[in-house]
Design a protein. Structure first.
Ligand code: FAD
Length: 479
């Protein structure tokens, strides 16, 4: 899209959430000349990365009256991507070598990611825009503006009018529970990974973990350290799958998906194997959830498809006043937030324009038709950029109806708002990182074969003067 001829307009913008997406959105909006208020219901920035040792009271998070715990982070969690490709483009997530209390590993712990986000907020004075312990409870369009109702921890409610609202509320808090035929009568314990923290409660148990991607692979191995047996049910595997991954977990098996559960405690897998289990852990993902949003019925969620969003960011009839940063899952999340928020900020200022409402809808409908033609369910709509590790995963381009890597989506947006493409090394680190995760889930964080990419990344940081240490010296100490 060509730059608009309009003068730059400064808007008053509400951002919901001060996680990674909300923080970088606030920065980009302010850089573009907008005034910004960030609403954050927690006491600090960081969102998902604020570890809460106490999970929700309902292990499946089904009770609507439960008190919600935002974070899904478990105690042993380390990043599932190399740190250098995770960070924002001008604030690299590199080890803080001067501070011994920090985790300098290439795949660091969740505490290090929180510390990085705190560093980021500090470096750009972002906290001054944040209203902590203030929850947004309602957002609605009013006379071409947006009314935002917020509630403080003292239960004080406040209505304010904004020109625009950017939703950055995260999407890993509302669990999706896969249905298992017969589960109602099955007598064991059930928990969703959202409420998993430590393996101790599973000591000496027989445990079935459903899901075998990042969280499923981690949690099953965490539990296997203390459990009698752990059986992973993987939808991505052939029906006859029954494998024992190599040591060190001699008590771990991988099956195809579950067929049925029974009153006598048995779980029958599609491969015909029967296991008498004490617990089921659902690592089956999450649902998009915007309880505060009232768009007079214009927007809705159907089978986890948010209807309707142009390029996963703008609802055509409400754009650009309402936008969403951070919805598509997987891959280089922080950089995706950064690029999407640059787009939002520059459209709001009038530097760039969106296509007409009709054109945006046409684009959306055409992307739905392509999913239908491929017999892919609606819930895949925002699963952009999944690395092709199984026939179930796909890469799909919403512009040209082609399979592509996620970076093409990001590069398309980057071009829309005049910012650089995703770096070659970053894209490749994600692809190779996920390949390692799938092929070597036990060791992928500590053994790698992409020193060349790491070198390219650190040299890039040095050339752009984003780091103060010598990359050669640093890299030698790493290999
Ligand atoms: P969040 O971090 O969830 O932040 C949303 C914020 O909005 C929260 O602070 C919340 O309190 C606030 N909020 C919500 N509703 C309201 C409201 N109504 N009013 C006010 N405030 C509100 N990504 C990676 O890049 N690397 C990884 O290694 C990685 N590991 C992950 C591991 C797990 C287990 C999970 C679940 C995700 C992982 N991710 C990873 C993806 C991760 O979610 C993103 O990286 C990112 O941190 C999400 O940021 P966000 O800002 O979109 O959401």
């Amino acid at each position: 899209m060509a730059p608009a001829q309009n003068p730059i307009i400064s808007q008053h913008v509400a951002v919901i959430g001060a996680g990674a997406a909300g923080l970088v959105t606030a920065r980009e909006l302010r850089r573009e000349g907008h005034t910004v208020v960030v609403f954050e219901r927690e006491k600090q920035v960081g969102g998902l990365w604020i570890y809460s040792p106490k999970p929700e009271s309902d292990p499946l998070s089904l009770d609507p009256t439960r008190s919600v715990v935002h974070s899904s982070v478990y105690e042993s969690l380390r990043t599932n991507l190399p740190r250098e490709c995770m960070g924002f483009t001008d604030f690299p997530f590199v080890p803080r070598l001067e501070d011994e209390s920090r985790d300098s590993r290439r795949y660091p712990s969740h505490m290090e990611v929180l510390a990085y986000l705190q560093d980021f907020a500090r470096a750009f004075n972002l906290e001054e825009m944040v209203r902590f312990e203030t929850e947004v409870v309602r957002v609605e369009p009013v006379n071409e503006k947006w009314k935002v109702r917020s509630k403080t921890s003292g239960d004080c409610s406040n209505d304010e009018i904004f020109d625009a609202v950017v939703v950055c509320n995260g999407h890993y808090t509302e669990p999706y529970i896969a249905h298992i035929p017969g589960i109602k009568l099955w007598p064991g314990k059930q928990i969703h990974s959202h409420n998993y923290r430590v393996p101790d409660p599973f000591e000496n148990e027989v445990v079935v973990v459903i899901g075998n991607f990042a969280s499923g692979a981690d949690i099953s191995r965490d539990i296997a350290k203390v459990a009698k047996e752990v059986h992973i049910a993987s939808r991505a595997r052939e029906h006859d799958t029954y494998e024992k991954p190599p040591m060190p977990h001699s008590n771990l098996w991988v099956h195809s998906e579950i067929d049925t559960a029974h009153e006598d405690g048995s779980i029958v897998f599609k491969n015909g194997k029967v296991v008498y289990a004490d617990s089921i852990v659902y690592c089956t993902g999450y649902k998009y959830y915007f309880p505060f949003l009232d768009t007079n019925g214009y927007m809705s969620i159907d089978e986890n498809r948010i209807e309707h969003l142009y390029k996963h960011v703008f609802p055509p009839a409400l754009a650009p006043g309402l936008s969403f940063v951070g919805l598509p899952g997987m891959g280089i999340q922080f950089v995706m937030f950064e690029i999407q928020s640059k787009w939002v900020a520059s459209v709001l200022s009038g530097r760039f324009t969106l296509p007409s409402q009709d054109k945006m809808m046409e684009d959306i409908i055409s992307s739905y038709e392509t999913l239908d033609a491929l017999s892919l369910p609606k819930r895949y709509t925002h699963k952009l950029g999944k690395i092709q590790v199984s026939p179930l995963y796909y890469k799909y381009d919403y512009m040209s109806n082609h399979f592509v890597s996620k970076c093409e989506y990001l590069n398309w947006i980057a071009e829309e708002c005049g910012c650089p493409h995703v770096e070659h090394w970053r894209n490749q680190e994600v692809v190779r990182g996920y390949q390692r995760l799938v092929s070597h889930p036990e060791t992928y964080r500590d053994e790698w074969d992409d020193d060349d990419l790491m070198e390219e990344a650190y040299n890039d940081f040095a050339n752009k003067k984003l780091i103060s240490f010598n990359p050669s010296y640093f890299l030698e100490s790493r290999t």
